[in-house]
Design a protein around this ligand. Sequence first.
Ligand SMILES: C[S@@+](CC[C@H](N)C(=O)[O-])C[C@H]1O[C@@H](n2cnc3c(N)ncnc32)[C@H](O)[C@@H]1O
Length: 221
Amino acid sequence: MPTSDIKTDEVRLVEYWSRIAPDFDAIYTGNKNPVSRALDRWLRKDIYERYAWVMRKAEEIKPASVCDVGCGSGRFVASLAKRGARVTGVDFAPDMLKLARQLTTSEGVSDRCEFVLSDILDWKTSDRFDMVIAIGFWDYVRDPIPRLEVIRNLTKRSFLSAWPRAGTVRMRIRNVRLKMAGCPVYFFHRNQIEEYLRRVGFRVESSEILGQLYCIQATPV
Ligand SMILES: C[S@@+](CC[C@H](N)C(=O)[O-])C[C@H]1O[C@@H](n2cnc3c(N)ncnc32)[C@H](O)[C@@H]1O
């Protein structure tokens, strides 16, 4: 894959996510008309399910520190900080981080939260975290290995990730819809994801299907 193609993906993604940041956050707040809200509850059910999955796992893991890769508007950051963790959110879309900062301030947890405006691939840090999450993130990553290697180095105890499943009917619809909106999107098979995780030095602890997603917990070996 030529580097120029990868860069093109990144530029398009930053533009796309900055443009739709408030609309994306409204999936969580329900701050939209009743028909759109009902459609979200039906067609985007797994967005709420993956959120509940992460919060359940966080109850078991009880992380003191968390890194949220592709943190978007900060919904996971704020909730995990409210449960007592110190949380770092990393995202390359400025408008998403603006919403995330506003949220953590209004929720009274900004003193436990930090935000980094960067592609995770370019983030230089020596920090390590009890728990790393990457949710709603892999959909937009053509080649997961380089970013998984970065994540492996950040992870002390547990890595939670949600991956869009290849081969579903919704995959085809989403593929057309997002590509028309200028957002590249990718889908994965379970064995392919597990192989990626093993290659970078994770052991898969659990792997479950939630709607259109594989939700996978892994630990460093
Ligand atoms: C679908 S949103 C998910 C946000 C949040 N994780 C959630 O589930 O509510 C995807 C986010 O990932 C960010 N993102 C995608 N690729 C990224 C990368 N390589 N580095 C940093 N952020 C990235 C986008 O800017 C966007 O905010």
